[in-house]
Design a protein around this ligand. Sequence first.
Ligand code: SAH
Length: 366
Amino acid sequence: MAEVAPKTNLLGMSREGLERYFSSLGEKPFRARQLLQWIYQRGVTDFALMTDLSQKLRERLVEAAEIRPPEILSEQKSADGTIKWLLSLPGGNAVETVFIPEPDRATLCISSQVGCMLNCTFCSTAMQGFSRNLSAAEIIGQVWLADRRTGDRRISNVVLMGMGEPLLNLDQVGPALELLREDLAYGLAARRVTVSTAGVVPGIDALHEFPPIALAVSLHAPNDALRSRLVPLNRKYPIAELMAACKRYLKGCNSKQSITFEYTMIDGVNDSPEAARQLRRLLSDLPAKVNLIPFNPYPGTPFHCSSNENMLKFQEILRAGGLIATVRRTRGDDIDAACGQLVGKVLSTSQRRMLVQQQLARQALA
Ligand code: SAH
């Protein structure tokens, strides 16, 4: 029996990618525009229903191609309206996606890798170890699925703040960013798509090759000694290099753009008034917003969240220096959907990884 060629998944292909695909079939590139609208605006995956394509082309696509999002393994709804999906991926892995409705916006938090290799000492994703990069189809597929399941609450913002480090998977994150911005797909404005990085300097420099988006940097500490203990990547790209990359990035943006710095508030570790003053100095010469994230606990971590009093004091010190500083409201914590609580299912995990993390965390506390 002749081998059946695997079908090409058209989900996750940017407009250019689809144009190349149609050219390879001997079709006009404008077919790409039609397909984008069918997939992302109308949510249709069945080529037979795409009535503005010729009958012949529809039949050909049914044979050769598919539009395949990941499968939903489970859906959990929080009392506050947050929804968390666990999505199954080939090979037994799974990642998580979180929908966060608010009065004025509805944000989808998506994953970019199965697990993560950066091993931040306060993040539960790190404990899972790293399995692999997600494909562009698996990344944009999270948006596609959520969009189908959230009814009339349209997704207004997408943040790459789920599992994984997006700037270590730019090949696949890139086409997903293009589809989020593309008018014929999701058409989101640049400020409504946020890429969050733990500080991958070459990745920040590479961002100018992609459509404009908003950048968030996970800082978490105002000096190298502390940051290296919380975010081990800091040993490779210390704060001075990270800040220089942020400034290069801003140079290429329009003048109104600022960078959001995420700072997880951990009791007795990085939440002192002195740390706030250092942070204020560090961010004094670039357009910066600070997002203070209450530490979200998970089983096995020795860390605790800062007290409300300390968080407010910290925020006040930043504000007194003219910085915009907000405290992120914790959402979906009854279903473990808050920052740093996404674990999915990473099959390459070894228990060792967890022990190493706990040891590093205890050292950071000492
Ligand atoms: N790897 C990227 C994307 C993850 S974004 C990055 O590091 O930016 C998720 C954000 O939540 C990051 O700022 C991360 O440092 C933070 N975070 C991780 N664990 C957390 C926890 N337990 N509580 C609060 N925030 C946490």
